[in-house]
Design a protein around this ligand. Structure first.
Ligand SMILES: *Cc1c(COP(=O)(O)O)cnc(C)c1O
Length: 359
């Protein structure tokens, strides 16, 4: 890593240096797409895909109510109207709800491979095809996740957005993002859009943005990419250990893999806490040194930023129930067998606790 960083310091091409193109080629090859384009963040990747496809004011883009706010914000930034739909009990976007939400204004569907598991891309692909709309993957949590047939997230729609935020399965040492696609026209548009509308210095074909993947971040990502498969494999092992350790634990529902899932990337290991106050359980865990996080406590339609949607509680019951029940347990490639056992034992004890704390 130090060698890769020092090489950038030595040549000094901090913006669109050779490491960016090198990483783009590696990332496209890894994902199984013709091309990849490095951009400033996952949010920008989504935003620039929409712009690059000519989606904006007057258009509608369908996405899911339980996602990170960036999915909806990217749609809003493009000028299009985000149309939210509910998820299923496995937290993934519900294709029936997507089909019901299509209108003549719909231009794209953005499924989110939430927590590292592919959405139902076969069904969504058929819906997109039937209605002539774009299918854009939010793959920000799904680096290396695959379908049963081996195809990777990032290659399952017209284009995909990745985030290289440090906490993601493939994380940089700062912000970063990427677009993968087989569409050469979209690649050309995103090359322009990420660089102020220019591919030739001081000649600007369109009005663009400043959203390039840093050379230093690309150098870091190329080094880390070599480990991604092994890291994801460790995450899957950890998930299986959690599953057996939590088997039969009253009030805890462990995540189930969908029938189309080949490799789950386990960006997060998210359980449901049923019949007990989830926040109380999280507090008891914290007292025993176990950090848990809620992804996400407030669905998009209940965020203040989206008050304009005018959607009250009850609009998306699955997403709202998930928001009250979900709890992400510690999940990272280096987690040990003992740590998993400790988390599981502590969670069992927390569920059985009669008061708000453990002895
Ligand atoms: C992280 C994330 C994003 C945004 O990525 P940034 O790089 O933080 O802008 C978008 N969608 C989902 C589902 C994410 O988890």
């Amino acid at each position: 890593m130090e060698r890769a960083i020092k090489a950038v310091l030595a040549h000094g091409l901090f913006i669109l240096g050779p490491e960016v193109a090198a990483f783009e080629a590696q990332w496209a090859s890894y994902c199984g797409t013709a091309q990849a384009v490095g951009v400033g963040s996952g949010t920008d990747a989504l935003h620039l895909i929409l712009r690059g496809l000519g989606i904006g004011r007057g258009d509608e883009v369908i996405t899911v109510a339980n996602t990170f706010i960036a999915t909806a914000e990217a749609i809003s930034f493009s000028g299009a109207q985000p149309v939210l739909v509910d998820c299923r009990s496995d937290f993934l976007i519900n294709p029936d709800a997507v089909a019901a939400a299509i209108t003549p204004k719909t231009k794209a569907i953005i499924p989110v491979h939430l927590y590292g598991q592919p959405a139902d891309m076969a069904t969504l692909g058929a819906i997109a095809k039937r209605h002539g709309v774009h299918l854009i993957e939010d793959a920000a949590q799904a680096h290396g996740a695959t379908l049963r047939d081996g195809r990777k997230c990032g290659s399952l729609g017209d284009a995909a957005a990745f985030s290289f935020y440090p906490g993601k399965n493939l994380g940089a040492y700062g912000d970063g993002g990427g677009v993968t696609t087989n569409d050469p026209d979209l690649v050309r548009q995103i090359h322009l859009l990420r660089n102020l509308g220019s591919t030739v210095k001081y000649h600007h074909e369109i009005k663009g943005f400043n959203s390039r993947l840093d050379t230093l971040q690309a150098a870091v990502l190329s080094v880390k990419l070599k480990r991604l498969e092994a890291w994801n494999e460790s995450r899957r092992k950890a998930a299986n250990l959690y599953r057996s350790a939590l088997n039969g634990c009253p009030g805890i529902t462990v995540p189930v893999e969908a029938p189309w899932t080949g490799k789950h990337a386990y960006h997060l290991f998210v359980v449901r806490v049923v019949g007990k106050d989830r926040n109380l359980v999280a507090r008891i865990l914290a007292e025993k040194g176990v950090q848990s996080v809620v992804h996400y406590p407030v669905p998009i339609h209940r965020q203040q930023a989206y008050a304009e949607l005018g959607l009250s509680a009850g609009a998306y019951p699955e997403a709202e129930m998930a928001a009250t029940q979900v709890l992400s347990l510690p999940m990272f490639p280096e987690i040990t067998v003992d740590q998993i056992a400790y988390v599981a034992d502590t969670l069992r004890a927390s569920m059985a606790a009669r008061s708000g704390s453990l002895p």
